[in-house]
Design a protein around this ligand. Structure first.
Ligand code: ADP
Length: 424
């Protein structure tokens, strides 16, 4: 089965083509600056041993033209991975916000599209372009099944005590104000990979998965199900991030609005784009921050300290929530590459049974690799995330399950409102 994975953003379109029989990526690419005069297209064609990269500039008016161009690249004489687009068996779409309606990958039909649209107010920057990607794919690939895989679906197993905010209850029932969590596809993928690498059944494992990229989040995963996660109703909550605040006293918002005279749009921009690492030391790439700290930049050191301290505190609280801990997993740009951050985070965590092998941690081995000392009670793994492959895998298993009797694909337990109404 050949699956095309699409991630449509407001001005970008990312794609990957997978051969699910071999679990190999055949081609991948990204269209940037859609709608602007100077669009950039990067396409990669993979064989078993080689990678051929093509980059060119072209004005791309909209997502429809972008996807048209993707089909040309995928079938072209030099850039092509397949002969004809009829070889594509299914399309998996990343959708950011599924709300409470979706706790698993879901085949797209008019009801599903309406439900995605109903969640637009919860993800105004992401869900509308995600839906555009779906609609364009439906016109360009008539008859090919489209599947939505939601960033929020993995976190739908959280119990109410973890997802509710201590606000008047009506805000939850009337306005859907609750913790949803994000990066779910990544947390799920690395949790499954950890279980495979540990040669254990995921149902028997208590894991903490830590995704540290530009956005950062951490999840407590018990028996393969998320029981808590740090991002909230929006991706602003939780850990300190590249440019986002993470957790802070909510009263700071009214204090700043009152004392500076700025309006909420400006403050929202500050909280999302000018805070976090950037707010503290004016840099948001961890490599630059380490270089500055090494030269004695005190604010770069403070930013690193704050970043790591918050992760450490979350590990402690999630260990308590889990009651028992088998492994901690680091993933994404910083988690996969940054031995310094991992070392500061894990230092002095023997209270939780975590002992780091400092030399192995610094050795930058080929991922995946583990960095715990031989006498550590808790394993620590560094695993590359692969959200696109997880989307392809879920699309594949949904469509394979579609061929099985109805009773085999009932909704999983633990979802608050259930989503079986969409599995018709
Ligand atoms: P995104 O959230 O955009 O997918 P990534 O997972 O690609 O982000 O992570 C991007 C971040 O990873 C960069 O901003 C940088 O801080 C960090 N990063 C990437 N490579 C390294 C490295 N070798 N050492 C430290 N940090 C790194």
């Amino acid at each position: 089965m050949i699956i095309l994975v699409l991630n449509a953003g407001s001005s970008s379109l990312k794609y990957q083509l997978f051969d699910m029989d071999t679990s190999q990526v055949m081609a991948a690419g990204v269209f940037e600056r859609i709608g602007e005069a100077n669009g950039i297209i990067t396409h990669r064609l993979y064989s078993k041993t080689t990678e051929t990269k093509t980059v060119f500039e072209q004005k791309i008016t909209d997502h429809r033209q972008a996807l048209d161009c993707v089909t040309d690249l995928l079938t072209g004489p030099v850039t092509g991975a397949i002969e004809t687009i009829s070889q594509i068996d299914a399309i998996g779409h990343r959708v950011v916000q599924g709300g409470e309606a979706f706790n698993r990958a879901t085949r797209i039909n008019p009801h599903v599209k309406k439900a995605i649209q109903e969640n637009n107010p919860l993800a105004p920057l992401h869900n509308p372009p995600n839906l555009t990607g779906i609609e364009v794919a439906e016109t360009l690939f008539p008859g090919v099944p489209n599947v939505a895989v939601f960033d929020t679906e993995f976190h739908q197993s959280m119990p109410p005590r973890a997802f509710m905010y201590a606000l008047p209850y009506g805000y939850y029932t009337d306005l859907k104000v609750r913790r949803y969590g994000f990066h779910g596809t990544s947390h799920k993928y690395v949790a499954m990979e950890a279980a495979r690498l540990m040669d254990r059944d995921i149902k028997d494992l208590n894991l903490i998965t830590i995704h540290l990229g530009n956005g950062c989040s951490i999840s407590a995963v018990q028996g393969g199900r998320c029981i808590d996660t740090s991002m909230g109703m929006t991706p602003l909550a939780g850990l300190m991030m590249g440019t986002r605040t993470g957790d802070m006293d909510p009263a700071i918002i009214s204090y700043l609005l009152g004392s500076t005279g700025m309006d909420f749009v400006k403050l929202d921009d500050i909280l999302n784009r000018h805070s976090g690492l950037k707010g503290i030391c004016e840099m948001n790439d961890m490599r630059d921050i380490h270089a500055a700290a090494a030269k004695g930049d005190a604010r770069a050191r403070l930013a690193t300290d704050m970043f790591c301290y918050r992760i450490k505190k979350y590990i402690g609280s999630y260990a308590a929530a889990l009651g028992c801990l088998d492994a901690v997993i680091f993933t994404a740009g910083i988690g996969e590459n940054d031995a310094v951050v991992r070392e500061i985070v894990l230092k002095d965590l023997t209270i939780l049974g975590i002992r780091l092998d400092t030399a192995v941690n610094r050795s930058n081995q080929t991922r995946p690799f583990h960095i715990h000392a031989p006498d550590s009670c808790v394993q620590v793994w560094v695993i590359s995330t692969n959200e696109e492959f997880q989307i392809a895998r879920e699309t594949h298993s949904l469509l394979t399950a579609d061929k099985e009797p109805e009773k085999n694909r009932l909704n999983t337990p633990g979802n608050v409102n259930g989503s079986s109404r969409f599995f018709t």
